[in-house]
Design a protein around this ligand. Sequence first.
Ligand code: NCD
Length: 314
Amino acid sequence: MGGTLFGRDLVAIGDLGRKGIEDVLSNASEMQSVLEKGKRVDYLKNNIMATLFFEPSTRTRLSFESAMQRLGGGVIGFADANTTSTIKGETLADTVRIVESYSDILVLRHNWAGAAREAAKYAKVPVINAGDGAGEHPTQALLDLFTIKKEAGKLSKLKVVIAGDLKYGRTSHSFAEALSLFGNEFVFVAPEELQIPDSVYKSVVKNSGNAQKSESLSKAAADADVIYMTRVQKERLPKPEDYQKFEHAFRIDEKFLKSVREDVLLMHPLPRVSEISPEVDKLKNSVYFKQAGYGVPIRMAVLDMILNGDSRDS
Ligand code: NCD
């Protein structure tokens, strides 16, 4: 086991670097063989994970819980902060100070970008960021890269189109940052108002030296190896009435796919709304459901590396 994550927080993908990402992906392959054998292991039998979810989630929370249970650990937590003392005015810092005494690791989702970093300041146990507002979603980026490695067979020399709401979509931030460490070409496709934040763009240019912005999906996608589509983040738009303006900005349907390479990998962090038509689901290269499934081995790897490092007690 790589020791890079042992005892540490995972708040942003930049906390890992290329070597750290590679370690997680190779551990996730091991975890995948554990899963393929239909096994539960007891690598984390003495540990409890707390999931503190202040925002809605299906995949992230359930795959974290599944991962922890597959590793023999226990799970506590909440999926609706309205049932917690937050409603009585308790601060995030106090919630963290309490829950850390009930568990060995905290997995936090919050609507405020910066919440996970703040929680990590107070927590004595490691904190994993499971999505902080329009900030980052590092474990999603790890499972996205795992998907590309498994399905395209490589992580470099790819033309990658990242499309949709790149301003408020945190998955696009962590994904672009992570993949730019491996030498790829990027086109960020979004309406101008929803383009990728400057800080992410600059960092991708610095890492990969090869990035552009565009408003035309068909132009950018024609020779792409990977199309990473995202939904408009309705809940984060400053003016909710703007949603109508953007919701149909892009749509991938069977007709659109005639204009792209036959072997293009079509990805989406999910949930999708209308940006990928359901008729596309049956295509071999529509890997978004498989991608969501890779959340379990990736999160098993992350939990094991943070809590066990190089030494498992079993
Ligand atoms: C994403 C998120 O929460 O940022 N969902 C996920 O974790 N797979 C994407 C989204 O909500 O659009």
